[in-house]
Design a binder for this molecule. Structure first.
Ligand SMILES: *Cc1c(COP(=O)(O)O)cnc(C)c1O
Length: 453
């Protein structure tokens, strides 16, 4: 078999290698890169996953995509380095489980994708003796995820701008106590000012030699690693190799759920994917009616990382079902809606339902959920209500995407206690912080960047 190529979902740019798609991020026609075919794993291969640790499963799944581009021994080192934390599968009742994707350095499922993308980028850059400067503006969480994902990599430097008065002390400390290749700057302005300076730097021809990159969430290098935990959960929980699982995924930009759809294309026995969104219900409406209308501006819900009125990965899902959706959300070719409705169901969960679900899960099962995972668990309750008489033996896995300790206000309000911090978030208070200051003036920022070499 030849190397897999990556085409643009807008179909107006040439297909490229994995390396090129990874280092470019977005295609020149503003589409997203998608593999032009999916490697299908042998049953015996998937069978063997049940005895493997997470990094070993990650190796097999990623090697299937990357075998022509990343040597096996190197890929092994990268997955071992990226996945040095546990992936708990918590039994709740019957054959219903919660997969906790919150044991990474920033206690968010985004660690799975960002850490692997960073290591793959570093590998290609090292080979070419090139450096990259990742430039990012953050209002809190993205910055720490990026900082931790790229921390300690030799050929990548990270520069993060944050609005001095708009991030919490804990969010700031998660970025400013790292050091090494991570530089952090406080800006006396708002998030939008930081974002505007970063955008201007990307477009500035004087800075072209700096090799700037944004490492943003639509990168194919973030998508593929998200297929791995679906294989892992299934392999740990299945009774036999033909058993089909149903996953419930709390979703915002749909990167997480696309990981599951990719796993399914690779042969994972998935009976259905359940997509749970908050009050931003553009996708459930689309799935039911075939009409797509983005929500502008998006609604503010307590599951704040899912306040998305137009999921950027939706064009990838549409492509998977033979359609074309451009970056603005216009449907140029309608996907096979009948097949899509067979493979997936979608639920919109209100904030009131989310709060109720956090309370119910705790009181009925001593299951501790934060607002995002609660949207997923509430989705499961709706699924069961819609499918009365469903076999008690059906395997369900709900994804919990962040650690409850990241949302102490909501947990305190609903359950009247403070969740314990996971080890990765402990001890921040005692660490030394280091960061610079800038006024929100582009010329100052540019001077700083040119002085960095
Ligand atoms: C980003 C995020 C999500 C949404 O994931 P998508 O891939 O954008 O659908 C859900 N929960 C948490 C905690 C997140 O940070």
């Amino acid at each position: 078999m030849e190397a897999i190529k990556y085409y643009s979902t807008n179909l107006k740019a040439p297909a490229v290698s994995f390396k090129k798609a990874l280092l470019k991020g977005q295609a020149p026609d503003k589409g997203l890169y998608m593999p032009d075919c999916f490697p299908v794993l042998e049953k015996s291969t998937m069978d063997a996953f049940s005895k493997m640790r997470y990094p070993e499963v990650a190796f097999v799944v990623l090697h299937a995509f990357l075998k022509h581009e990343v040597p096996a021994d190197i890929l092994r080192l990268l997955v071992n380095d990226a996945y040095d934390y546990s992936v708990p599968l918590e039994h709740v009742c019957d054959r219903k489980y919660v997969m906790r994707l919150d044991q990474g350095p920033t206690a968010s499922f985004k660690d799975f994708a960002a850490r692997m993308m960073g290591r793959l980028m570093n590998h290609f850059l090292m080979k070419e003796k090139r450096d990259l400067l990742i430039l990012t503006a953050t209002s809190g969480d993205t910055g720490s995820a990026i900082a931790n994902a790229f921390y300690g990599l030799d050929n990548i430097r990270v520069l993060i701008l944050f609005p001095e008065k708009e991030v919490t002390v804990r969010q700031r400390k998660q970025m400013t106590t790292l050091g090494k290749n991570v530089e952090v700057i406080a800006v006396d302005g708002k998030f939008d000012d930081c974002q505007a300076m970063v955008k201007r730097a990307f477009a500035d021809p004087d800075l072209a030699t700096l090799n700037l990159s944004s490492a943003n969430s639509i990168n194919i290098g973030r998508l593929l690693p998200q297929a791995v935990y679906y294989f892992f959960a299934w392999s740990q929980l299945r009774k036999n190799t033909d058993e089909q699982a149903i996953f419930l995924v709390p979703s915002g930009n749909f990167g997480d759920m696309m990981g599951g759809m990719i796993a399914r294309e690779m042969g994972l026995p998935v009976r259905q994917m359940g997509i749970a969104v908050n009050e931003n219900d553009e996708f459930p409406v689309f799935l039911n009616t075939g009409e797509y209308q983005k929500i502008e501006p998006s609604k503010n819900c307590i599951s704040s990382a899912m306040n998305v009125g137009h999921p950027s990965n939706l064009s990838r899902l549409v492509a998977l079902y033979g359609g074309v959706m451009d970056e603005k959300g216009r449907i140029e070719k309608i996907p096979d809606m009948i097949a899509m409705r067979k493979d997936m169901v979608a639920f919109s969960i209100t904030d009131a339902e989310t709060r109720q679900c956090i309370a119910d899960a705790w009181h009925a099962h001593r299951l501790l959920l934060e607002p995002h995972g609660a949207v997923g668990w509430a989705g499961l309750q709706k699924y069961l209500a819609m499918n009365e008489g469903m076999d008690k033996d059906q395997l369900f896995v709900v994804l919990e995407t962040a650690h409850p300790a990241k949302f102490p206000e909501q947990i305190q309000e609903i359950l009247k206690f403070d969740p314990d911090l996971p080890p990765s978030l402990q001890g921040l208070e005692d660490k030394e912080e280091k960061y610079g200051f800038l006024k929100h003036q582009y010329e100052d920022f540019k001077k700083h960047l040119t002085g960095m070499r």
